[in-house]
Design a protein around this ligand. Structure first.
Ligand code: UDX
Length: 432
């Protein structure tokens, strides 16, 4: 039989969980403090673009198993399980700001009944579930971090490589695990709440470290003459390393990797430790957009016109939070460039940037095209056409997205990351 679940926070994690759990047969109420968001959701309109989400929300609304409300107290009083999926943005010092989580806990604590199981999905510092437990003595607080990627949130919710359950008691763990009885079978890792919380930070910090490692390596390739694409291919074929998250870029962004890496560093510092890998990861990432923008500006005349292809922090989302593309555009503008931008999904462009309706329109009259987000449509660009509308000849690929063969013969010069050897045809041999 399905559970009655209330989910606090209708962002990516909360909505993906709400839609999927309703689809799995539970009765789910999503709670949010944003009235416009709740109204839109009850009409089947999610507040952001996420593949499949709108359809699944509409199906949940239609089945009567999914609804949304502003009234958290009523929802909590009627639910057996509460999930906390509110934001934990970085505070001024870098540590996670837990005020939204604490507000939900106070609300639950004020209910005489309901929410026997309180599931913390928000990314919180290790030890938080234990502290929340003290405020909720008659309830069981479990840590159940989510590893969703934007753009594939529903698939990640339904088919994750593992589900993590950090609980004090086996009964609480079992009740949480039963919520997924009708979901495809995946391994559950049962652990204590603090380890579950730390595992979430560790996972995101490690992914961030992979990207910074590759970005630093790409610069080394440029200096010593290697081809980063071949280097990461060799690395990735070693199963101990794996092929994922080895794409050079203008830097990682989004709402999680930067925040969680910073939180790891801050957490260590608070305990008198230094988490050096995290510090190095952040330092490389902070420098990457400026380094990339500098290479673009260094190759162009003063006050150039630059076409920015991509604004979002990655492809497949309309999210621009902590987007490295925005950081690059910032530097370009500060150094006197006029930026005309195109992004297939981003809703707004930064102040002073001219928003264009297509990649070609953005390229018109530009001294250079810079590729900032890995949107697949840029791979299929007609480079003859792009060359015909541009004023300059250079294409700076901040994602190593473009196949150099597609640009060859157009008169344009493609400048990728870390591929000096490949483009200068300095290879002694291969590839075969
Ligand atoms: C991430 C984690 O992957 C996910 O498990 C967690 O739950 C939330 O944070 P997300 O923020 O959606 O997910 O984006 P992700 O796909 O991980 O990309 C993060 C950033 O790294 C993007 O800016 C992306 O462009 C960049 N990136 C990723 C690279 O620059 N190179 C890579 O090889 C991979």
């Amino acid at each position: 039989m399905g559970e009655q679940i209330c989910i606090f926070g209708c962002g990516y994690v909360g909505l993906a969980a709400a839609a999927v759990l309703a689809d799995l047969g539970h009765h789910v109420v999503g709670v949010d403090r944003d009235a416009a968001r709740v109204l839109g959701l009850n009409e089947g309109r999610p507040p952001f673009r996420e593949p499949g989400l709108e359809e699944l929300i509409r199906s949940g609304l239609g089945s009567g198993r999914l609804s949304f409300t502003l009234d958290g107290a009523v929802a909590a009083g009627r639910s057996g399980v509460a999930m906390i999926a509110v934001g934990t943005p970085p505070s001024a010092g870098g540590a996670a700001d837990l005020s939204q989580v604490e507000a939900v806990v106070r609300l639950i604590a004020a209910q005489p009944a309901g929410c026997e199981l309180v599931v913390v999905k928000s990314t919180v510092p290790p030890g938080t579930a234990g502290q929340l437990q003290a405020s909720l003595p008659s309830r069981e607080v479990v840590s159940h971090p989510q590893f969703l990627r934007q753009g594939s949130a529903l698939a990640d919710m339904l088919h994750p490589p593992r589900r993590v359950v950090g609980a004090r008691s086996p009964e609480a763990a079992e009740r949480l695990i039963r919520l997924y009885a009708r979901a495809p079978e995946v391994p559950f890792v049962r652990t204590d709440p603090t380890s579950a919380e730390l595992a979430k930070y560790a996972g995101n910090g490690f992914l961030a470290a992979k990207v910074s490692f590759v970005n630093a390596l790409a610069r080394l390739c440029e200096t010593v003459g290697g081809d980063i694409q071949d280097v990461v291919r060799v690395m990735g074929l070693d199963s101990r390393i794996g092929p994922d998250f080895l794409r050079p870029s203008i830097g990682f962004g989004g709402s999680c990797l930067p925040k969680d890496t910073l939180a790891l560093v801050t957490l260590a510092r608070e305990h008198g430790l230094a988490f050096e890998p995290g510090e190095a990861t952040l330092a490389v990432n902070a420098a990457q957009p400026g380094w990339f923008a500098g290479r673009v500006l260094g190759a162009l005349p003063p006050s150039p016109v630059v076409a920015a292809w991509g604004i979002t922090f990655k492809a497949g989302t309309d999210d621009t939070r902590s987007s490295a593309a925005l950081a690059v555009i910032d530097v370009l503008q500060a150094e006197g460039a006029t930026v005309q931008a195109y992004d297939p999904l981003a809703r707004a462009v930064p102040a002073g940037v001219r928003q264009c309706g297509s990649a070609l329109a953005a390229a018109a009259g530009a001294d250079a095209v810079v590729i900032l987000t890995e949107w697949p449509e840029f791979q299929d660009a007609d480079w003859q056409q792009v060359a015909a509308v541009m004023r300059g000849r250079q294409v700076f690929d901040g994602r190593n997205l473009i196949d150099p063969d597609r640009v060859a013969g157009t008169g344009l010069t493609l400048v990728p990351l870390g591929r000096g050897a490949a483009l200068k045809e300095e290879r002694v041999c291969g590839p075969w």
